[in-house]
Design a protein around this ligand. Structure first.
Ligand code: ATP
Length: 456
């Protein structure tokens, strides 16, 4: 992927220019590392989440959905270990006043640079003066109710997973499922990250897509292997080029005490190889911890064998914002066309915010009316946009930059022949098509398997 022209700065600039993602609270000077999604950003991230739901629910029949509350009983976080252990070791520099994660410095992670000596790793400059590493709890604390007392303390959830474990009994009762089965959830999580950054890669408020797969203990190793492969394939099926994706198994000293296996799906971001998603074999740790804390039985009784057991859990945990960033980075391309630079997002058509743009060549001669008629025939099937402003070349470039796979152009021939041109985003080839054939033709193309044209 060394030939890639993409940089994080180009992605940030494109996202701002085309209204995908803005710095939050901009008119008040911004709030560090928080972002607001604009129209195309919402459409893109929604498509990412929908593809995740599709893979979890529509394409399988052993997973059910859940949407648990962000605010939960504080004992949830006691049982899960987050209150005691959800900490990152942190160091402050007395000279530059910046704060860093000790493990990131040790790993010499890209992006962890001293603000005074950008070329140096913190601690390695002559003036650096780092404190000892201290633990820093990443959970945001708040109060429920009008009186701020210790009894009203609550936390914004730092992950969606615990909402799943505490609903295990409900789901088992009402979903008529038995192990192996999964519970999937998508939603906001909050972590008071010490060093957020790299655009939407690490923020304090983000969205997760997590699934807990409950299995008979003896089947855990096999399901762990299966889910690693399924999750890796999800990204490549949606167009991420395999050369930029890898599965990295954690070393024994990286594993949490309860995990017998964890692997990260990593993507080659412009900042280097970084985690996109973690897949973990969590054993019976979570259900047992909640059973002990809540004094509720969280187990499965198999009426067939008469066996009673606490299921083991395989957890694929992904980030919706991080995945969105990876899809943007992987799709970004620049080409020289007729002496001009064309910036184009070669997104998988299913992820593209807008599937088709309908463009009248000129704003007269009845062309806008026919174009609007075409929009009406397509919008029930796919996200469709109408654009009549400016030169046609400029309008094509605009659609290229937001990754629209097809542009339908209405011209003078349309009026007599009832045909239009369909322009392909990647090849820029145009073909003439009858208006009446458009809905079936475009819907058919969008349903086809796709691989990145950047693969050559
Ligand atoms: P990291 O090592 O990057 O801090 P993690 O291992 O703590 O991540 P998990 O707790 O496994 O992350 O969360 C699952 C997924 O949620 C991550 O793979 C990532 O995609 C996403 N995620 C976690 N923290 C953040 C964050 N601060 N901003 C954006 N996405 C995040």
């Amino acid at each position: 992927m060394s030939e890639d022209v993409v940089t994080m700065d180009k992605i940030v600039a494109l996202c701002k220019r085309r209204g995908f993602i803005f710095a939050s609270s901009e008119i008040y000077g911004g709030l560090g590392s928080t972002y607001d999604y604009g129209h195309y950003g919402v459409l893109l991230k929604t498509n990412v989440k929908n593809e995740w739901w599709r893979a979890m629910l529509q394409e399988r029949d052993d997973i059910v959905a859940l949407d648990s509350a962000i605010l939960q009983h504080p004992d949830v976080w006691k049982a899960s270990g987050h209150l005691a252990g959800f900490t990152d070791p942190m160091v402050d520099c007395r000279t530059c006043k910046a704060r860093f994660r000790a493990d990131h410095i040790a790993e010499r992670q890209p992006g962890i640079v001293c603000p005074k000596k950008p070329s140096k790793v913190p601690g390695e400059g002559p003036d650096c003066d780092l404190t000892e590493a201290r633990d820093f709890n990443l959970m945001f604390k708040t109060n429920v109710g009008p009186v701020e007392s210790t009894s009203s303390v609550a936390y914004l959830r730092p992950e969606t997973a615990q909402g799943i474990f505490i609903n295990f009994k409900n789901v088992l009762q009402f979903a008529r499922k038995k192990p192996p089965f999964g519970i999937a959830q998508v939603g906001k999580s909050f972590r008071n990250e010490i060093t957020p950054g790299n655009f939407i890669f690490r923020t304090r408020e983000f969205e997760q897509m997590e699934m807990e797969f409950f299995v008979p203990p003896a089947e855990a190793p096999q399901w762990y292997a299966t889910w690693k492969q399924i999750r890796f394939d999800w990204y490549t099926r949606l167009g991420i080029r395999p050369a930029g994706l890898r599965l990295r198994e954690h070393e024994a000293d990286e594993l949490s005490h309860y995990s017998s296996g964890t692997a990260d799906v990593e993507y080659l971001f412009p900042i280097g190889w970084s985690e996109l998603e973690g897949i973990a074999n969590r054993g019976d740790f979570d259900l047992s911890a909640h059973a002990a804390e809540s004094r509720t039985k969280l187990e499965y009784f198999d009426p067939g064998s008469g066996e009673r057991y606490v299921p083991h859990v395989i957890e694929p945990a992904a980030g919706a914002d991080r995945a969105t960033l990876a899809f943007l980075v992987d799709a970004y391309d620049e080409e020289q066309v007729d002496g001009e630079l064309r910036t184009v997002l070669k997104l998988h058509p299913r992820l593209a915010p807008v599937k088709v743009a309908v463009l009248p060549l000129v704003k007269k001669d009845g062309q806008p009316d026919i174009a609007k008629e075409i929009v009406a025939s397509l919008r029930g099937l796919m996200q469709t946009e109408y654009d009549e402003g400016g030169a046609i070349g400029k309008r094509y470039r605009r659609q290229d930059e937001i990754g629209t796979p097809y542009c339908v152009t209405v011209d003078h021939e349309t009026l007599t022949e009832r045909t239009v041109t369909v322009r392909d985003r990647d090849s820029m080839a145009q073909e003439r098509v009858a208006i009446d054939d458009l809905p079936a033709l475009l819907a058919g193309r969008l349903a086809q398997p796709w691989s990145s044209p950047k693969l050559g």
